[in-house]
Structures are given as C-alpha cells and as structure tokens.
Design a protein around this ligand. Sequence first.
Ligand code: GCW
Length: 688
Amino acid sequence: MADAMWLTEEAVDAAARGRVFCVDNAGAEDASSLRLRSEIVEFMKRPLVSDPSEADVVLRIGYADAGLDGGEAFRIRRAGTSAESIVIEGNTAVAALYGLYAWIRRTATGEGVPEGPEGYASVPQQAMRMIDHWDQVDGSVERGYAGESIFFGDLDSNDHTDFRDFPERPGRDPFRGDMARIESYARLLASVGINAIALNNVNVRGRAAELMVQPLLGRVARIARVFSGFGIKLFLAINFAAPKKLGGLDTADPLDPAVRAWWSGVIDGIYNAIPDFGGFLVKADAEGEPGPMQYGRDHKDGANMLAEPMARHGGAVIWRAFVYNCRQDWRDRTTDRAKAAFENFAPLDGQFADNVILQVKFGPMDFQVREPLTPLIGTLEHTNLMVEFQITAEYLGHQIDVNYVLPQWLRVANFDTAAPAELLGQAGDARVKAIVPRLSPNPSCSGYAGVANVGMDDNWTGNKLAQANLYGFGRMCWDGEATAESILDEWLALTFPQAGAAALEAIRGIMLTSNQTYENYCAPLGVGFMVVPGLHYGVSVNGYEYDRWGTYHFADRDGMGVDRTVATGSGYTAQYRPENAAMYEGLDTTPDELLLFFHHVPYGHVLHSGKTVIQHIYDTHFAGVEAVDGYIRAWDGVRGSIGEDDWANVAERLQRQRENAVAWRDQINTYFHRMSGVDDEHGRTIYA
Ligand code: GCW
C-alpha cells in the first residue's frame, strides 16, 4: 500500500468523526457527482442520508443562492445553531468535492469554519492548475527521482487479463494498470485543487506518439475517466511529426491540407473516446523535437493548426516556450540563451488562437535555484499564459537533498512585472499571479503548470518531505494569498497529525530554510549550472562551461558572471519592462542574489551586504554544510514523533545531502580560491 501522503487516515477521520453526510444534488448524475458520493461512502466511510435534517454535514450542489461564481468555488458554513453541523456548497459536484477536502484540511489545522453566513468561501486564483508528467511508455520518468512511472511500465509482469486491445500481443501493454494507485493519486491532486494533467513526457519518443490513437487511446481513456471524476482533465503530449510517423504522410507541414485533415481526424477520434479531453501539450522545435520551423513555418502556424480542430470540442493546445539554440558555441559571445524565449515568442504576441496557451518556464534559463523571472511574463499582452514550475527536483537536489521550494516559487508568483497601469484594471496588480489571468485574452486558458515529482516509490516522492512540494504547488495555484509558511503548516498538520509541537517545529525549521541552504552550497549569486552534466546532481564547476547548451559562468582569475546588460553585454536586460530593465541594468540596483546572472564583476566587488563576492562564496558554502549538520541534529530529535519509516527515509537522505554539500563546498571554494588567489577572511579550510 502506498503512503497516503497528506490524506492520512487520522486527518480524514478527524473531519468525518460523528457526522453523517447528505448529498442534495440539483445537478446531473455526472462523473463528479458519482465520485462525490463514493468519496463520502467509500473514502470517508460515512453513510449518506436522504433527509438533510438528519445530517451533520449537508452538501448543496447547484444552488443559485450559493453566491459563488463559476464551477469550482465553494463555501463551508455552519448550519443553524449547531456548532457541529456544517453545510458545504458550490455550483457543481467538483466544487463540493473541493469543499470536502478543504474541510478535512481546516479540521486538521484547527482553523475550522468561521461563524456567520459567509463561513469560509474560496475561489481558485489560477484557472488552470496543471501537473505535467514526464513519464515515458517504457516506465521510466525523465528527471524522475521517485521510482518508475505510476502510469506506464512493468511491461513483463503486468496483469494482461483485461487487456483486450492487444490480444495478439500479450506482454506489449505499456500501461502499468494499477488503477487503485491512479485513483489515490487523482484524489490527492484534487484535494489540492489540481484540475489538469498531462500523462506523458513532452519529449515524445517511440510508442508514446501512439497514445492519441487506438488501441492505446482506449487505455488512456480508462485513466482519463478516473481523473474526470475528480475534476481533472487529461492532456497528452504529442509529437509534431506524428503525421509522418503514424499517418504515413511525407510531411508534417502545418499548412499542408493533408496534414491538417489528418490531425483533425485524430482529434475527433480522441474526443470520441474521451469526451472531456483537455487537449495537447507540445514541445516543438526545441532540443531536437520536431516542429513547424522545419517547414519554414513558425510556432503560431503549428499551434493554430492544432487549435482549430481542438476548438470544435472545447479543447486547448498548450505550446511550450522552452525554445533555444541547444547547439551553441561557447566561443560565440553574441548568443545568450536567456534571451531565446522572448526572441522566439514576443513577435508572435496576439497571433495565437483563443485556445492556445503559451507555457513558459518561470525563469529565462531552466529551473535553477536562483533565476530572475522570464521577461515574457508581464510583457506579452495578447497571449494566453501558463507559468511552468518544476516540482521534480532536477536542479534542486533530486529529492535526496531536502528542498522545500515554496519560498522560491512564491517569490516568482509575487514578483512585480511592472506592467503598465493601463493593462492592470482596477486592482492595479502587476505581480505574476495577477498578471497571468489578467493579460491572458482567454483567462480560462491560463494558469500554472508543475512538472510532477511522483513515482512508484512507497512514499511517492522518494524523500518524504518532497511531498510538501506537490501539496504546495496545488495550494499555490489555488490560493493567491497563501504563504510558504501557511502552506507548510497545513501540510505538516495533515501529514504528521500525531507529531508533537516540538517535532513539528523542528521539521518546520529544516524545511523553511532548505531552499536557501541548497542555494548556499550550490552555485552562488545566480550563476547556476555548475552541476554534473546530464545528471544535474552534484558539483562540476566547469561541466557545462565549454559545452553547447549556452550555460556559462565565464570565471577567470579576475572575476566571474554573465554580462547581460545593454551597455556592455548581451542586452538581455532590455527584454523587461523599463523599471525592471533599469533595475537589472544597474550594477548597484541589481539584487545581490542575482548579481552574477546579470553582471560580470571582479572577485573583490562589494555586495550590498558589505561582503566581497569571493568572501560571499566562501561564507555561503561553509554555511551550507553547517546548516545540513544542523538538520541532521534536528532530525535526530524528531525520531519517535513520526512513523519510523518516514523518519529513517529522511535520515538516510540527510546523510547523502551532507556528502553533496561537502563536495560542493570544497570544490567551489577551492576552485575560486585558485582562480582569485584571495584567502578566506576567517582562515577556514580551503584545500589547496
Ligand atoms: O532542462 C531540460 C531537462 C530535460 C527536459 C527539458 C524540457 C523534458 O533537462 O530533461 O526535457 O528541460 O523542459 O523540455
């Protein structure tokens, strides 16, 4: 049995105890209303009653007087005089389901339900709250650190008895078929408000291209039905060359009528099997994936070609903006990878169809521990946007190192893009979280996406504490006011209901500082990419320095950093709105933590903190290891307060994290000591 993550039995029982539920459903008998009933009877183990006056909890669905907009908002309030009885209401069964999970959460945290007719009402901030899986049909997960895919794999030992689609090819079923695990996963996702999921990797290799057609489509549909009950729409990543690979055509040119007709037929077929299919996720003309550029067309031609037949069924096309030259020559100082997304997509602003969404990584490079916001967000004014985050810890410690990433993500969500007032409406809010729906011409096609961090490991995420990032991603999408602290406190209350205050405080202390700690012992001041190439775990100062990926630190004996200014560098800073462009252009106005992302400076350059760059490097790298030592001591004190398996899981990983932090400290410090010739002010050990 897999770990229940944050839906622990104790947390669920605490909300359900002594209560009887009643579903008073004014709506249709759809998948979600059936799911709502089974959540009550089978998951929460409470009987349904038909007379509301006998119920402690009444779910009211489809009531006009709910005073809530849309199909997802809910309200929880106390019923009449009894403090024990509550009403959960929303316009749809999915909304009531969200209310049910919110009630479990608020019971666990002790927040409960406020008195008065308003009670607790909640409206999601982001319309699309999506999880992208990078799962492959062979069962592996690209950048996955928690075991094999929960959807695909285990090819030889699958139970094929019910696999009627391939009777002639037993053993070729690429689906794992563990529907119980998929149902648990769907419940966990819905409990934090996720409403979209992409099943397969954006690098669509081999048979993954066939997922959108029969017979594999039938298996996809079975998974889609499970998600559908929980209000989650399923998306597929597609291979742009599919008309050639699958359709037998000699081109995939998006303006070719035969190609268009072929896609249109495929899309009709999908909707036949999955009536509420979400749409396609497309990585095109990026890192070797096929795309419209091969035919002299552009991204808009490719996306709009797919969007047209998709629109007939209410589906969307999510087009990724992660497009750059991955065959760069390090000698060429005129190309700057950070500029690529903007250069590719800003000229196309306003040319995408209404159901096309541009999915943009939050930073201009690639999910580093410290990056500025991508300049596409806040400058595009006529394009639907989704911000892409990476829950899986590719560059953040592989779920070996503890890294609670919400402080970093919320910095992104709360960053002020400085978009001009005339675009902002009454609220006048130019922060990312407000801009994304505001500047998307079709706000229902906007939101956040996070790359999944789960696999077949017993605890789903490899490191138990990495569950908090999945939880937190969903909560961040839903609740625009949530903080890294409030989200963590919810997760702790739900996950470790039996732990005492001291243990919780210890775990909290570790997690809230963990992202900063990771940054401390990795690349300093916004440099990034000093990792082992390919693997992206562990230190390799020059691993990418002379490689083709466009990720350089340019360290020499005098200084380091990438000059991205207009005055003397690549000119990247000009891609921002004027206020932010000016901030990053100026050496004095650039925040310390991003200094080397924007500027090349001497080692003796004095930061706002008063330290020199070189002393900052030494100090943070020593501090990183010291923090991990502190975590190990604190974790020893947690023993006995949480389940022994969970304790041992993290304890073992903390030891590996320490080795990693020591390796980073020693290699980085020695490298820059050799380069600069400057000694540590405090005379600590730096190896010669
Ligand atoms: O940084 C890269 C990752 C690839 C990933 C790619 C992307 C799915 O290392 O593994 O491919 O980003 O986001 O497309």
